[in-house]
Design a protein around this ligand. Structure first.
Ligand code: ADP
Ligand code: MG
Length: 511
């Protein structure tokens, strides 16, 4: 039962150098920003409920639960040469990935800058640029023709395409662009199949490459991690934004008609509880949301991801300043400006373990142009960063635990359709069936979670707080059974693996 779980110790809200009013304000903030095990358990149950709603019918849940048509995961024995293409921002990356089996691989890559002009050009111009970049990469980097021959039976190289824009996917190699984001606005693309547009450009420019798979970066993370750790159940991003993709039994996906037994589902979890019915949003979160370009959407993402952590913290600090509880009531132009405080700055402040917080003093000066401050001020800033960072880590673990719970219990909670059903005796599924007879030190193969993103990788204590929270939500066995690890190059290696799997499926279907 929940009460038996070792809960995270509440951060100590007091410091000797604080006034009574400062101590009180920090106590209130601690209360608002600290999520108890019970709260997170309730959120995880709601997360699972929204997952199942999203799996049942399209457009009924905050969680889109998008089928990716990736019907399985690699196990590290895969071999061959595959191209990967990554378009997500100002750089286009072309990679040749040589999978050597035995979990080994090699990567050759080049970056090409996508000019602002191209980002706003006709889509045929953009696609021509991509095709010619690939041609240039293959020619200039002397990609070995014989090596390449092993890639497929045809004379074309198979390629996976990581395209980080909103797409409605209808097959592994077909997806319609819903809208451009991040400064792109190429005419003639929205409403069209992005794979078809690229394949046309490749063919017209005599580039012998076949676009075999279109993948989202979260899916790529899952696949790339599975090449090293085959028992990977989830790929997650904790970077600028946040999202997760996991392997599901298709029996649990009523909205999908398929003969495949398993499929990777892109959860789009940044949008969890967009109406704020269960998430304990504060006035600081509401302000971030209201002033964002997409109010009322991606509310969960706005409590967790790198783009927003600084902004939440900035709002808290300004509120303290306005009560004259911080910096003697004085702010700076930088701190007053939206996005004026970055997550990396919070990281640096949290890293400061010195007694008088002299490094923090330098950071306040250089990053925020705050020159006058006391030790009490610095301690308060550090405490606020800690509260916001810990909350993000605990919510990130909540989503991770929810996906694992879905794997434990499957569609209705009682049947055996969950992909992680063998772990039901060691991990707590939540809801009505919280009983686990753990204590058994039975040897079980660890469940791996592949994670990409600077927040997970660099934020001090983020990983430790996630691990602690997983234990609270899944039981003590989580510490040895669930492994959170950084995944490198999901958009390259993951795309190559998607191309390989799609190509194999296509060959099998032809036979
Ligand atoms: P992306 O998600 O765009 O692929 P990243 O994974 O590098 O890229 O994440 C970028 C985000 O991480 C930015 O929002 C940035 O503020 C944040 N970030 C960068 N460095 C750090 C750091 N040292 N600590 C915490 N957050 C960071
Ligand atoms: Mg990334």
């Amino acid at each position: 039962m929940i009460s038996a779980i070792q809960a995270a110790p509440l951060p100590q809200p007091h410091s000797k150098s604080w006034s009574a009013a400062q101590s009180h304000a920090l106590e209130v903030l601690t209360e608002q920003l600290t999520l108890s095990t019970e709260q997170l358990d309730m959120l995880a149950n709601e997360f699972v409920r929204q997952m199942r709603t999203g799996l049942a019918v399209s457009d009924t849940s905050d969680l889109a639960m998008i089928p990716t048509y990736v019907t399985g995961r690699p196990n590290g024995t895969e071999r061959g040469c595959y191209l990967a293409l990554d378009l997500g921002g100002t750089n286009l990356r072309v990679c040749l990935i040589t999978l050597k089996g035995g979990h080994e691989l090699e990567t050759q890559q080049r970056m090409f800058k996508v000019s602002q002009e191209l980002q706003e050009a006709e889509v045929s111009k953009l696609m021509e640029f991509i095709a010619l970049s690939i041609k240039d990469f293959l020619a200039r980097d002397h990609i070995n023709a014989t090596l390449v021959e092993h890639a497929s039976d045809s004379d074309r190289l198979e390629m996976g395409f990581t395209f980080s824009f909103p797409v409605s996917q209808t097959a592994i190699d077909a997806g319609m662009l819903l809208r451009w984001t991040k400064g792109f606005s190429c005419a003639g693309a929205v409403g069209h199949d992005i794979v078809h547009l690229l394949q046309t450009a490749l063919d017209q420019n005599d580039v012998k490459v076949h676009v075999a798979a279109l993948v989202n970066d979260t899916v790529g993370t899952l696949l790339a991690h599975a090449y090293t750790y085959p028992n990977t159940c989830l790929g997650a991003i904790f970077g600028t934004g946040t999202n997760g993709a996991y392997l599901e039994n298709t029996k649990n996906v009523p909205k999908l008609k398929t003969t495949a037994q398993e499929m990777v589902i892109n959860i789009e979890w940044g949008n969890f509880d967009k109406d704020k019915t269960v998430l304990p949003v504060t006035i600081y979160d509401n302000k971030v949301d209201r002033e964002s370009i997409n109010p009322g959407l991606q509310v969960f993402e706005k409590m967790i991801s790198g783009m927003y952590l600084g902004e939440i913290t900035r709002n808290v600090l300004l509120h303290l300043i306005d009560q004259r509880l911080l910096f003697d009531g004085k702010s700076s132009t930088v701190l007053n400006r939206q996005w004026g405080l970055e997550a990396a700055t919070m990281s640096a402040i949290e890293d400061d373990k010195s007694p008088n917080l002299i490094p923090t003093s330098q950071i306040l000066e250089s990053a925020l142009d705050i020159g006058l401050h006391t030790l009490a001020d610095r301690e308060i800033v550090q405490r606020v960063c800690h509260l916001v960072g810990q909350r993000a880590a605990r919510l990130s673990a909540m989503a991770t635990a929810a996906v694992i719970r879905q794997g434990l219990s499957g569609s209705t909670g009682g049947d055996s359709s969950g992909i992680l059903r063998e772990y039901r005796h060691v991990l707590r599924a939540g809801g009505d069936e919280s009983r686990v007879q753990d204590s058994t030190e039975a040897l079980v193969e660890p469940i791996h979670v592949g994670i990409d993103g600077s927040v997970f990788e660099h934020y001090p204590g983020f990983r430790a707080a996630m691990n602690q929270t997983l234990e609270e939500l899944l039981g003590p066995a989580a510490a040895r059974v669930v492994r959170l690890e950084t995944t490198k190059d999901g958009s390259g290696v993951g795309a190559a693996l998607a191309a390989l799997m799609a190509h194999k499926d296509a060959m099998a279907a032809r036979k």
